[in-house]
Design a protein. Structure first.
Length: 214
């Protein structure tokens, strides 16, 4: 708002005075309607000068700027102009998609442990994830850390630390280094034993002690 009034500096004092009056009359809907004759009488100015004030003020373009028009019934209507949103670049769209992917996986793990999830667009969560993406880490890296620390959810003391600002903090690299790939399952081990038993029996002609209870 200060920059808007700086835009009026260098013009006659009544420019700032009239605009201050119009802004003070704005409703919660950010709109002012006032009779042109009332404005002219209040500031003791001809209509042509009041129109000049309105036009000059509406030329300002910033975070807060105003549109104005004089209606056919003589009413002046002033509204706050909404700033045009900047289109996102392909890189920004990609990052947003990656953040969403991480948050959906994070909440899925929480749900599997009957825990309430986090807002996918929460400012704090998004900030930490974007910081790690900027550091060069991938979505899969973050999922690995989520998996590595999911045991915290079973711990009565550490479960409260299973949150984006902890997992994706400056300690992220050390958490990632803790991640280990799953070990062989019992089923895989039994398969290996079975293959060895078959080899010993049919290739070497020996007997096998292998049983499915091993």
């Amino acid at each position: 708002m200060i920059r808007f009034f700086k835009h009026l500096f260098g013009r006659p004092d009544y420019y700032a005075t009239i605009w201050a009056y119009l802004i003070s009359k704005m409703s919660n809907a950010m709109i002012t309607k006032i009779d042109m004759m009332v404005l002219c009488a209040r500031f003791d100015l001809p209509e042509s000068k009041v129109r000049d004030v309105l036009v000059y003020g509406s030329k300002y373009s910033g975070k807060i700027s105003f549109d104005q028009r004089v209606l056919t019934n003589g009413m002046v209507m002033v509204t706050i102009r909404k700033p045009k949103q900047k289109d996102k670049t392909e890189k920004e769209i990609k990052i947003d998609s990656e953040v969403l992917d991480v948050m959906e996986y994070f909440n899925k793990v929480l749900s599997n442990h009957n825990k309430r999830g986090y807002k996918k667009d929460g400012k704090t969560s998004v900030k930490y994830i974007k910081n790690r993406l900027k550091d060069g880490y991938s979505v899969d890296d973050m999922k690995d850390v989520i998996d590595a620390k999911s045991d915290w959810l079973k711990d009565p003391q550490y479960h409260k630390y299973f949150r984006p600002q902890t997992l994706f903090s400056e300690k992220f690299e050390s958490y990632l280094n803790e991640y280990n790939k799953p070990q062989e399952t019992n089923e895989q081990t039994r398969d290996e034993k079975f293959k060895e038993a078959i080899k010993d029996t049919f290739v070497s002609g020996g007997e096998t002690n292998f049983s499915f209870n091993n």
